[in-house]
Structure formats: C-alpha cells, structure tokens
Design a protein around this ligand. Structure first.
Ligand code: TXA
Ligand code: MG
Length: 317
C-alpha cells in the first residue's frame, strides 16, 4: 500500500511523480484528491482511467497562487474576484473561462474550467514543489464515497495510484462549494462553504436546483456518493424490530434504539462537526455488512444543505 507520510523527502518524490506525469492521491481540507498535472493531457487521462470515470465529467484544477490562477483562467469576473478574495485559499471552487494551455480533456471539452486554491499545507506544498496546477477529482472510484482519510483512498484505489500522501483526516470532510458566473451567480454544488456565507459577499447568489434535475456533471447525478449498503433518509425507528436489528442508524445529534449499529455525527448538534464526520461515518457503517442504513435528516441551514444533498444522492439508487 503506497501510503507515505508528508516528510520533505516524500513531498519531493510526490512532486517529481506529478511533474513526470504520474498520479498521486493528496490530502486537501475538503476530501482527498487524485492529482495529476492539469496541463498534461496524458496524465489527466490516467486520472479518468483510475477513477473509472466517464470522460464527460470535468475535473477541478488546483492552483497555488494568483500567478498559477492566471495560467489556467482566461478571465475573472468581478463577482468571482469578490468570492476569491474572501474564501481562498479554501473550500470554494469557481468555474471560469479556461486558458488555452489547459487541455480540453481536463474540462471534458467545456470552455469553462473549475478552479480551486486549496488551504491544506500538504496540497500547497505539492503545488509549490511541482510548480504545476493539479487537476484533482475526489480520490474515490466513480460514484463511490469521497475519501476523508488516506486509508479510504487505499481501500478504493490502492493498487492503481503511484503514491498516497497521508495528511491525516480532512478538516471539512465535504467537497468544495462550486460556483459558476455565467447566468448570475449560481451554486452548482453545495459544499463546505455555506450558501449563507457566500450571500454575505454576493447577495445575488442562488442554489441552482435546475442542475440537479438536468445534471451536466456526475457530482450532480442523483445516485452519486453512494455506499454499497442501501441507505434511506428517514426519521429513526422505521420498519420491524427484526429489520432494525440488521440495520445501522446514522444520527445527527442523538442515537436511536433497536439498531445493530448506531453512529452519531455530532453529539453537540453542530453541522460543521457533522459534515466533517459524514463520509468517514458512512465508510464505517458500510463496512459492517448491514441490510440497510437509516440516516436521520439534518436541518437544511448552513452546511446542512450540503449534508442533505450528499445523503439524498447516497439514498437514490
Ligand atoms: O473539494 C473538492 O472540490 C474536491 C477536492 C479534491 O478539491 N474535489 C472534487 O472533485 O470534489 P470532483 O471531481 O469529485 O467533483 C468536481 C465537480 C464535478 O461534479 C465536476 O463535474 C464539476 O466539479 N465541474 C468540474 N469542472 C466543471 C465545469 N467546467 N463546469 C461545471 N462543473 C464542473
Ligand atoms: Mg467526487
């Protein structure tokens, strides 16, 4: 299993692998990413191959700084600049017109490219040491749970990646919020930056429900982010007691009785803590060979919007 600690030596080795066209799983503050040089179409193709992702799904390009941003984006509207100034480095992705040097495979032929400046020190160090922008989708197989720990990556992709750099558990545990600026300011995917926070900077921001009905990208497909165990979003206690005895319960703030296994996302009822634990808790429950998982709904405010988005997609089969 190619998991390595983020020592200076290993970071240099990972950066060289990236420069040479290899694929490295890297920690970010949201989830682990499967990174390759965004400017190298062959390396990008390898990412799709490892993920077994249909090539129509464009990738997020990670940049170190303003200079690197300028090398991948052709234009930056004022609204995007305002969000960047407030939320970068951090879990916000902006969709901008792409610069000519970005291979169209990275954007699956779209004229726009999704860009994010990560805050995680290991991701930043790899961007700095490699000197190239890194295209990185979440480091899971297509449709699977996003990884929030190095072992999650190893379990799904271990034999297929050159290297997994271990940066510990991801701080947010939930993917970045994606915003497009073509028709007003549209949130394409709710994520680790809450809508309310975006609205403090740009009051005109809106969640694009339309995209959920007419998905152009798999992150927006209804059945994305699914564990193998069937999952339902329900109030606790449904079904017979026999059924519950073979089921798991994923609670927001409180446990429920009668289930074979119970996990609580945040005993304090904090959405931030719940978001950070969501995917890893789903991994844990998924590994227990249960008949089903009952997930309790969380309040749809702040990060609760993104948590419910992921739970609904995990429950759609
Ligand atoms: O937090 C994150 O965003 C993580 C970390 C690794 O940065 N990355 C991530 O990537 O979640 P991925 O590939 O799993 O999801 C990226 C989403 C996909 O649904 C993709 O289709 C969408 O971003 N996307 C990428 N480029 C786009 C574009 N040009 N227009 C619209 N959506 C785009
Ligand atoms: Mg993903």
């Amino acid at each position: 299993m190619p998991i390595v600690a983020p020592s200076s030596e290993n970071l240099d080795r990972a950066a060289k692998t990236l420069r040479d066209g290899g694929v490295v799983a890297i920690p970010t503050e949201t989830v682990y990413g499967l990174a390759a040089n965004a400017m190298d179409a062959r390396a990008v193709a390898h990412v799709y191959e490892i993920k077994r992702r249909p090539s129509f799904d464009p990738l997020i390009v990670h940049v170190l700084d303003e200079a690197m941003l300028g090398s991948v984006a052709a234009a930056i509207p004022d609204a995007a600049r305002a969000l960047i100034a407030r939320f970068w480095p951090g879990p916000l992705t902006v969709v901008l017109p792409k610069a000519a040097g970005v291979p169209s495979l990275a954007t699956s032929g779209l004229p726009m490219v999704a860009i994010r400046m990560p805050a995680h020190p290991v991701a930043r160090s790899l961007l700095e040491r490699s000197g190239v922008p890194l295209a990185a989708p979440s480091a899971n197989r297509f449709g699977g749970l996003s990884p929030t720990r190095a072992v999650h990556v190893a379990a799904q992709l271990g034999d297929a990646v050159d290297l997994i750099v271990d940066g510990g558990a991801c701080e947010y545990g939930l993917e970045s919020t994606i915003v497009a600026f073509d028709e007003g300011v549209r949130v394409l995917r709710p994520g680790a930056v809450a809508l309310e926070s975006l609205a403090e900077v740009l009051p005109e921001v809106r969640l694009d429900r339309r995209e959920a009905e007419r998905p152009i990208v798999p992150g927006q497909l209804p059945h994305h982010y699914a564990p193998r165990t069937p999952l339902r979003v329900v109030a606790p206690g449904g079904g017979s007691s026999d059924e519950r005895a073979r089921a798991g319960f994923l609670g927001f703030a409180r446990p429920a009785a009668g289930y074979a296994h119970v996990r609580v996302l945040s005993a304090a009822g904090e959405l931030r803590e719940a978001a950070a634990r969501l995917f890893e808790t789903l991994y844990e429950l998924d590994a227990l060979n249960l008949d089903r998982i009952d997930a309790e709904p969380v309040p749809e405010v702040g990060l609760g919007v993104a948590i419910m988005d992921r739970l609904r997609r995990a429950s759609a089969r």
